[in-house]
Design a protein around this ligand. Structure first.
Ligand code: NFA
Length: 101
């Protein structure tokens, strides 16, 4: 029959991948005051005094500490904003980012 209606032979399955998350990492240095680090963590990463103090003291003791994970754009923006805020006060404080495994 020439006018038979047939189903399509191929199907399309859309795969949605979860965007890879990126860590924001606080790096220790010998010059930035503890109080200032804690203040930046509270302001930029919306942490409580307790959370901010724990992250600051962990970086102070171990050399670095993961602050939080975000999508790539958000992680980079927050790391840059936090680092820039320290620069305006003349502190060498540094936040970096790296993709999660
Ligand atoms: N190590 C700094 C000090 O003793 C405090 C600090 C903690 C700096 C975490 C940077 C990151 N004043």
């Amino acid at each position: 029959m020439s006018n038979t209606v047939t189903k399509p032979k191929t199907r399309t399955k859309t795969k949605v991948e979860r965007p890879k998350l990126h860590k924001v990492i606080l790096i220790n240095d010998d010059y930035t005051p503890r109080e200032f680090v804690t203040m930046i963590l509270k302001a930029e990463f919306r942490m409580t005094e307790d959370q901010a103090y724990k992250v600051m003291i962990t970086a102070h003791k171990l050399g670095a500490c993961v602050v939080a994970v975000f999508t790539k754009d958000v992680a980079e923006t927050k790391a840059t904003r936090a680092t820039d805020a320290a620069r305006t006060k003349g502190y060498p404080l540094l936040f970096t980012t790296e993709p999660e495994e």
